[in-house]
Unconditional design. Structure first.
Ligand code: NAD
Length: 304
């Protein structure tokens, strides 16, 4: 494969003042992109703010001969972040929704504010930035969105009901954007990374952290956001150089007759069959949702 250049591409990375986002920013810039380094410079729990985080990354990019501007807006002011890109570089081609915070709490103690805050920063923030970029993507017939989910969103995690809910939401968000964006050459994909950063430093043991170099995530983000990538609406797990695709799998399923025999007891009696994956499918479209029912419907209408 020839070198993946981002020359003349304008890339917004949210939360790029540290951690994973910083590595993405440096890599995009190295490959010729004009980079908007967004970061409000807050603490891991979302409190406070400091322009220094974004400034330091922009300085480093410029020192290496790259092109970048800093943006200190909260992702919830997504339109302002896109404005920064448009004012500096005329448009936006790639949005990497990466900004994030943590407020881990056991669910029994999780108040509404703690839940809502995580939904806001991760999910609503990604909506705000992407929504503001969307008209530019459509007009120029090119756009790439990378959403950042998490293994905690895919599988759940103790003390992270707020974070998991937001993270899995980002996956559904990308899947729908992919379907709407396809004909405008807009691709939206999702990553579920694991990497060494202030998010993981206090939870994972040092020998594991040593392997989780955040630089090992950047190649996937760059590949998926390049114009050569045709994948759309897909999800990938990435950690320590391990790259794998995640997809939905549905068991063979049971179609119940909608008559008097269709009771809770009948469902209970068939549960073993409902849980049987021997004859499973890997649906990607809403219309693949009930194949047995649709096949029956099809044969009925064909017969009519
Ligand atoms: P990080 O804390 O180093 O980086 C997140 C950045 O987002 C910070 O610089 C922070 O200032 C910024 N930010 C937070 N709220 C913001 C807001 N409202 N507006 C603008 N910027 C904001 O953590 P990281 O590990 O680099 O995480 C990057 C992304 O990857 C996050 O979405 C995180 O949830 C996700 N993720 C990380 C891991 C991991 O193992 N590190 C695992 C799964 C998911």
């Amino acid at each position: 494969m020839s070198e993946l250049s981002f020359k003349d591409k304008v890339v917004i990375i949210t939360g790029a003042g540290g951690g994973l986002g910083k590595h993405y920013a440096l890599e995009y810039a190295k490959r010729g992109a004009k980079v908007v380094v967004n970061d409000l410079g807050g603490a891991l729990n979302g409190q406070g703010g400091d322009s220094k985080a974004a400034d330091v990354v922009v300085e480093e990019i410029k020192k290496n001969g790259g092109v970048a501007v800093a943006d200190y807006n909260n992702v919830l002011d997504g339109a302002k972040i896109v404005d920064t890109a448009v004012k500096a570089f005329g448009t936006v081609h790639v949005v990497v929704n990466n900004a994030g915070i943590l407020r881990d709490t056991q669910f029994k103690k999780m108040d509404e504010k703690t839940f809502q805050l995580l939904i806001d920063v991760h999910l609503n923030g990604a909506y705000k930035v992407t929504r503001a970029a969307w008209p530019y993507f459509r007009k120029q017939n090119f756009g790439r969105v990378i959403n950042t989910a998490s293994p905690a969103g895919l599988y759940g995690n103790f003390g992270q009901a707020n974070y998991s809910a937001a993270k899995l939401g980002l996956l559904g968000f990308a899947e729908s954007l992919a379907k709407e964006g396809e004909k405008y050459n807009i691709r939206a994909n999702t990553i579920a990374p694991l990497a060494r950063s202030r998010m993981t430093e206090s939870i994972l043991p040092p020998p594991i952290l040593e392997q989780l170099n955040p630089e090992k995530v950047a190649p996937l983000v760059l590949y998926l956001s390049h114009e050569e990538n045709k994948l759309n609406g897909e999800t990938f797990e990435v950690a320590a150089g391990f790259y794998a695709q995640i997809r939905w799998e549905r068991s063979g399923g049971v179609l119940f007759k909608p008559d008097a025999s269709f009771t809770a007891e009948a469902v209970g009696a068939k549960f073993e069959e409902i849980l049987n994956f021997d004859d499973s499918a890997k649906p990607e479209l809403l219309k693949n949702q009930h194949p047995k029912m649709l096949n029956d419907y099809q044969s009925l209408t064909n017969a009519a």
